[in-house]
Write a protein that binds this ligand. Structure first.
Ligand SMILES: Nc1nc2c(ncn2[C@@H]2O[C@H](COP(=O)(O)OP(=O)(O)O)[C@@H](O)[C@H]2O)c(=O)[nH]1
Ligand SMILES: [Mg+2]
Length: 295
């Protein structure tokens, strides 16, 4: 780890984690394997942790459950899937915290400390749904807790249950140390800065993934299924996105295609691959990927 100089995002997270009993890593159900941070095991490995996969309402829940069972980076973890857009009840997750906290309480009691509520923090990549999850867990009836150790100015504990306190500010896991192919998948779902990838390349890759996993969804929007470039051109033309001479505006087409994919308008999808499927398995790619110690 670097000495001196400004603290890295990872150092900030390590500081944050000192204050809590349970770490919740937020995943995106469209790519639950790819959104597990390659560094999370080494950062939070010996803290009790729970993986919460958001956006169930726009994901392929059956595929997500299979990935929870099969994926090398998820199968040994406690994973829960939620939709933060209506329907789901936060009590299910809060109960899980209470249950997980019982072990931490016993430890404290054994050291002679008075029992206190279990402390939970939420971490994850940008845009996976951390803030939405915090707001959903806090709801309307929770109370702010005064006089508690804070981590940085502006952060606060919120009591979401008599035995559970939640940190109201999430820890952001920086999108670094990913395999380039995983990074591309993060780009598809708007989880990395736009300036860092080529829209058209990523849209074509998404078109290809859609063709491989959900050909029936793709068939609704394009007849040219084999060539992603032609497919997206066709998509653009069908939406009247044309440039001079009536040629399809492939740049705009790629943008609208990705926007529709991301907001669920193309259908409920999950792009990470199962064990029996060809193509990249992210977890293996991540294992094989360099372990960059400079982070
Ligand atoms: N459809 C759907 N959208 C969600 C869900 N959770 C989060 N989002 C959306 O995902 C985007 C990022 O969420 P946000 O909480 O700001 O992510 P953060 O950057 O991790 O804090 C927002 O547009 C949310 O409305 C969910 O369960 N379902
Ligand atoms: Mg946020």
């Amino acid at each position: 780890m670097k000495k001196g100089g400004p603290r890295t995002a990872f150092q900030h997270l390590l500081e944050l984690v000192k204050w809590v009993d349970i770490v919740v890593e937020v995943l995106d159900s469209r790519i639950p394997v790819s959104t597990r941070h390659p560094k999370s095991r080494s950062l939070f490995g010996n803290k009790p942790h729970l993986l919460v996969s958001t956006k169930e309402d726009i994901a392929d829940a059956d595929r997500v459950r299979l990935l929870f069972d099969q994926s090398p980076v998820l199968k040994d973890e406690r994973c829960l899937m939620v939709s933060l857009k209506g329907g789901d009840n936060p009590k299910r997750i809060i109960k899980e915290f209470v249950h997980m906290g019982e072990a931490a309480q016993k430890k404290l009691a054994a050291k002679g400390f008075r029992p206190r509520p279990v402390r939970v923090c939420i971490v994850g990549l940008p845009n996976v749904g951390k803030s939405s999850l915090i707001n959903w867990l806090i709801g309307k009836r929770s109370t702010r807790v005064g006089n508690q150790p804070g981590i940085t100015r502006g952060t606060q504990w919120v009591r979401v249950h008599p035995q559970v306190e939640l940190l109201d500010t999430p820890g952001i896991l920086p999108p670094v140390a990913f395999h380039p192919l995983t990074y591309e998948r993060l780009a598809m779902f708007n989880l990395v800065p736009e300036a860092k990838y080529d829209y058209e390349v990523v849209a074509q890759k998404a078109f290809e993934d859609l063709r491989q996993i959900y050909p029936h969804l793709l068939a609704k929007i394009s007849e040219d299924l084999l060539d992603p470039r032609a497919g997206i051109a066709e998509f653009a033309k069908a939406r009247n996105l044309v440039i001079s001479g009536g040629k399809p505006d492939v740049a705009r087409g790629a943008q609208i295609f990705l926007a529709n994919l991301r907001d669920g308008r193309l259908g409920r999808i999950t792009f990470d691959r199962l064990a029996n499927e060809e193509n990249l398995d992210n977890s293996e790619a991540q294992d094989a990927w360099q372990d960059d110690e400079s982070l």
